[in-house]
Design a protein around this ligand. Structure first.
Ligand code: PRP
Length: 185
C-alpha cells in the first residue's frame, strides 16, 4: 500500500513516479556498466540532494564501483540561486588516475556542476563524467551539460526524491511539483 506523507498536500502534481524513476535508473545504470566495462569508477555523491538517486543508482550498477561524498552548497533557504558555491565537506579519496562519475540530483543554473568539474579536474583524474537525475536547461547560466541525464524538466519547482524546498520534501519517494502557494507565501 502507498504511504501517505503528512506534507503531501503541498504537492501540485507528481512529475515522475517511483516506478518511472526506477525504470530510468536501470537504463542509466546499463549505460554506465557498458561505458566503464573493466573499470572501477569512483562515484561521487553530491550531498544532500542526490543521496536517494545515488543509493538507488549504485545498486543498479554491476561494476565494482567505489563511492565518496562531497557536500557543496549553492543555495540559501530560498528558491533562487546566488551563484555562490561553497565546499562544506571534501572527498576522502585522492583522484589521481581515477575515473570519476559525479552524481547530481539537478543541474539548474549549472554553477555547482561547473565549480565541481573544475575543482575535481584539477586533481588529475583519468576522466570525469557527470550523471544528473534532472536537467533544467531553461535556467542555465553556465554552458555545461551532464553526460548522463535522467529526465529533463521545465522551469518548475521540483521537490522529492532528495530534492528539497527549505530542507523539506526530500523523503518523498517520487518527484513532484511544489505548489506555488508554498514558496510564494
Ligand atoms: C542543489 C542541487 C545541485 C545544485 C544545482 O543543491 O542539489 O547541487 O543546487 O543548482 P545549480 O545548477 O543552480 O548550481 P543545494 O545547494 O540546494 O544543496 P542540497 O543538494 O543539499 O539540496
Amino acid at each position: 500500500m502507498k504511504k501517505h506523507y503528512q506534507f503531501e498536500n503541498d504537492v501540485e502534481k507528481i512529475l515522475f513516479s517511483e516506478e518511472e524513476i526506477a525504470e530510468r535508473l536501470s537504463v542509466l545504470a546499463e549505460k554506465i556498466d557498458k561505458d566503464y566495462f573493466g573499470k572501477r569508477p569512483l562515484m561521487v555523491c553530491v550531498l544532500k540532494g542526490s543521496v536517494l538517486f545515488f543509493t538507488d543508482l549504485i545498486r543498479e550498477i554491476t561494476l565494482p564501483v567505489e563511492i565518496d561524498f562531497m557536500s557543496i552548497s549553492s543555495y540559501g533557504a530560498g528558491a533562487t540561486t546566488s551563484g555562490e558555491v561553497k565546499v562544506l565537506k571534501d572527498l576522502d579519496n585522492r583522484l589521481d588516475g581515477r575515473d570519476v562519475i559525479i552524481v547530481e540530483d539537478i543541474v539548474d543554473s549549472g554553477f555547482t556542476l561547473n565549480y565541481m568539474t573544475k575543482l575535481l579536474s584539477s586533481r588529475n583524474p583519468a576522466s570525469i563524467k557527470v550523471c544528473a537525475l534532472l536537467d533544467k536547461p531553461s535556467r542555465r547560466k553556465v554552458d555545461i551539460k551532464a553526460d548522463y541525464i535522467g529526465f529533463e524538466v521545465g522551469n518548475e519547482f521540483v521537490i522529492g526524491y532528495g530534492l528539497d524546498y527549505a530542507q523539506k520534501y526530500r523523503n518523498l519517494p517520487y518527484i513532484g511539483i511544489l505548489k506555488r502557494s508554498v514558496y510564494e507565501k
